[in-house]
Design a binder for this molecule. Structure first.
Ligand SMILES: [Zn+2]
Ligand SMILES: [Zn+2]
Length: 94
């Protein structure tokens, strides 16, 4: 399986594909070379890479992409987690 975190930036750029709902963009010399997406549950950002084989999820609740981690299968939106965290109800953000 291809792990995009181990790719060089050139390889990422070659393989990058446009994301359905990009959160941001990776810019090189002022040009967009890749879209970044953000997990709606843990807030992690990554670059959308073709053929990465990574399992990603789609949350029907948030209508947004999530990173596919088991912890993110459950819908606890990142904003909600932040609220709980700030209220001291949970001790960590992941
Ligand atoms: Zn996540
Ligand atoms: Zn959700």
């Amino acid at each position: 399986m291809l792990d995009e975190t181990k790719l060089s930036i050139e390889e990422v750029i070659v393989r990058a594909e446009s994301a359905p709902k990009p959160r941001g963009h990776l810019l090189v010399d002022g040009a967009t070379v890749a879209d970044t997406v953000q997990c709606c549950h843990c807030g992690r950002q990554w670059i959308f890479v073709k053929g990465s084989g990574r399992r990603r999820g789609w949350c029907m609740n948030c209508n947004a992409i999530h990173c596919g981690d088991a912890a993110c299968d459950l819908c606890v939106p990142f904003e909600r987690k932040l609220e709980l965290y700030e209220a001291g109800k949970i001790g960590h953000l992941k």
